[in-house]
Structures are given as C-alpha cells and as structure tokens.
Design a protein around this ligand. Structure first.
Ligand SMILES: Cc1ncc(COP(=O)(O)O)c(C=O)c1O
Length: 384
C-alpha cells in the first residue's frame, strides 16, 4: 500500500505533523546560490583553524579537575574578568542558572528587566530549579537605573519574599543589542551591594558590549559578583560558556553544575575552541557591528520597513514591518524562499544578527533580496 510521508497533510494546516511541509515550502529558492543566515550569531560553525586547535587540544578528565585546556581557559577567564575563579559550562542558559542558584535560596526574589533572557528564554529555570520569583525593573531597551532597582527591594517582612539578586543583561538581546552605560551598571551593582543584594551580569554578548563601548570586560563587570559569558555566540566557538566570580561562589557553581549534568569529561576540545576564539575573534566583532549598521541603513531605506537606526549599537538589528506587508512570520516565509533567514520577534518585528560568516557583500545581497520580497509582496497585497 502506498503511504504518504507523515508530514503530508491537508493544506493550510500549520501545526503538528504538517509543520515540516510548510518548512519544505519555505526552503530557499535554488536560484539563490547561497543562503544568508541572519537568524543568530549562534549559527556559526567552527572555522578550519579553530578545528585544528581543537584537534591539538591536550585533554584530561575535567570532572576530576585535570583537563589542562579547561583549567587554562578557566584561569584565563578569571583573569580577563578580574574575578578569583571561573567554571566552564555547556551553555549560557546553564551559566545563568548556576549563577542564580548559587547565590539564592528557594523563595528568594530576583530583580531583572522585564525583557530579560533569563525570564523569557531559559524555560523558567530560575523558578523550576532555583525556586525564585522575579520582580521587574522597567527601563528603556533592557536597561534600568539604581533608583528603580532600589525601589523594588522588599522590606524585611514575614509576608514578603527576600530580595536577593539583581540580574543585568549586557548586551541586552531583546533590548535590540543595547550596551549598558557603564556608570549606570556600576551604580546598580554598588547600590544593590549597599542593600545586601548579590549582582549577576548575563554577559552572553559581553564582548560585543566591550568592543562597542571600548571598555575592557574586566572594567564592565568590576562591581558584579558573578558574570556569565558565551563563546558560542559572536565569538564563533561551537559550544560553551563561562561563569566567573569569587572562589566560594564558583565552588558552589561547580558543585551545582555536576547536579545538573553539566560536568563534562574531556571537554578540553571545547575549551581549545574557546581559547582560539578569545585569541582571534574578539576584535573582529567590530566588523559585525559595522555590518549590522549597514544592514540597518539598507533595510530602513526600503519602503514599508523601519529600523530605529540609533538603537543598532552592536550586532543585532530589529526592524518593523508596515502592517500592509502582513505579519512578520509570513514575511519570513518569503525571505526564507529568497535565501535570507531571520527570526520574528513579535507580530510585526523581525530580528537579524550579523556574525563571523556574514560579509559586507552578503549584507548588501541580503538587503537586495529583502527589497525584492517587499516589492513582490506589495503586488499581492501583503504576506499571508
Ligand atoms: C542574552 C542571552 N543570555 C543567555 C543566552 C543563552 O545561551 P545558550 O543558548 O548558550 O543557552 C542567550 C542565547 O541567545 C542570550 O542571548
């Protein structure tokens, strides 16, 4: 008997087993000989020299503490961030979770911005694993000030959760890649400490913040108790993040990392990629930022698309679609068919990210392809 593949189903279905069919139709058009992947800076693949460095890595059993490349990376990061110790972990999500869990008790409250990554995209780990609740500190594009933070600290009362940790994200992802003004960041940390709170910086893209502002990472995180940073975003390594802080906190992070299954054995191969990235991929982030600016200028010049160009400080570009062009999700089907991959971040908003594999020529090509999509959509009266 002839069976239809599982994903074949009635047309128009957009959920469940039919989703792959839609994905099939949204595949890049073969006339575009290259796909330009602007979904995230996490899509990068290790370059050949990075792979060579991984091949050469000296390894050991890191759970027993004797992987020399991991140890060297941790020492290097502790020094780089001006902290006493560091712990390598598989992901930015785990890095943030460990920083939270190691500095709080169940029932405690965390202050962070309502658009924070820890709140939106880390599967509620702060609640599920650390048992914490969140209180929002509002502010423009991911950034809040010390007065706002202080006004949210709970008073000492048997009815209230204990405010314990302030978390700041730099650069701020949903804040359109915003860099925290350094004095404001320091003020929040110092005021939090004066009130007996701990402070954490989600620095998944802290090197972007450093390159954009000219401030060394050590100076940016100077007053924070812990910082997490990712090697697998703008730095282009395949896997890995670091948590830095004082000895006692990092000892706790290491213990909890084992509990969560994040302790790895011969992970020096991953540390070698991170080391390579620290040596070769930090300064080049300036190219990603320039490319993001260029992309933003190009997109903003297309009738029907708008970019807040002043908001483009690093490698993230958010642009808004005129309602006449239809919803962002449908628009992305057209851009995907034209070989430009991006993500939707709301009904009418699209996010594009520049990275290691995106050249200036590809930016121009992407803008041209997007402009063609917009013209085509205008002719049919919007994306459906
Ligand atoms: C600001 C921020 N923090 C944390 C993470 C989590 O990193 P990972 O995907 O490695 O878990 C991300 C991922 O994009 C991020 O953008």
């Amino acid at each position: 008997m002839f069976m239809l593949p599982r994903f074949w189903g009635p047309s128009g279905a957009s959920q469940g087993p039919c989703r792959p069919l839609l994905r099939f139709f949204a595949m890049p058009d073969p006339k575009h000989n290259s796909t330009i992947d602007l979904r995230s800076d996490t899509v990068t693949k290790p370059t050949q020299p990075m792979l060579d460095a991984m091949m050469r890595a000296k390894v050991g059993d890191d759970v027993l503490g004797d992987d020399p490349t991991i140890n060297a990376l941790q020492d290097r990061c502790a020094e780089l961030f001006g902290k006493a110790a560091a712990c390598f972990v598989p992901s930015g999500t785990m890095a943030n979770l460990l920083a939270i869990r190691s500095q709080t008790e169940p029932g405690d409250e965390i202050i962070c911005h309502p658009e924070s990554h820890i709140y939106h995209y880390e599967t509620g780990g702060y609640a599920a694993v650390a048992g914490c609740s969140i209180r929002f500190a509002p502010g423009e594009r991911g950034v809040f000030d010390a007065n706002t933070m202080e006004s949210l600290i709970r008073w000492d009362d048997d009815h209230c959760p204990r405010t314990r940790l302030v978390s700041m994200e730099n650069t701020h992802n949903r804040g359109r890649g915003r860099v925290w003004p350094i004095e404001q960041l320091h003020n929040v940390c110092q005021r939090a400490h004066a009130r007996g709170l701990r402070t954490h910086i989600d620095g998944a893209r802290i090197w972007n913040a450093s390159i954009a502002s000219g401030n060394p990472v050590r100076q940016i995180v100077q007053h924070a108790d812990t910082v997490s940073a990712c090697f697998s975003k703008g730095l282009g390594a395949p896997v890995g993040s670091i948590v830095c802080g004082e000895q006692k906190t990092i000892a706790r992070v290491r213990h909890l990392r084992k509990m969560l299954g994040g302790a790895m054995r011969q992970s020096g191969v991953l540390a070698a990629a991170a080391m390579y990235a620290l040596d070769h991929h930090i300064n080049r982030l300036a190219d990603d930022h320039a490319n993001a600016q260029r992309f933003a200028d190009g997109i903003d010049a297309i009738d029907g698309l708008t970019v807040d160009r002043k908001a483009v400080e690093t490698n993230l570009v958010y642009f808004d679609l005129d309602a006449s062009l239809g919803a962002a999700r449908n628009f992305l089907k057209q851009s995907t068919a034209a070989g430009v991959l991006m993500l939707d971040e709301g009904l009418q908003t699209v996010r594009a990210v520049t990275h290691l594999h995106i050249t200036r020529a590809m930016v121009d090509d992407a803008v041209a392809r997007i402009a063609s999509c917009v013209s085509a959509l205008r002719q049919v009266g919007g994306a459906r």
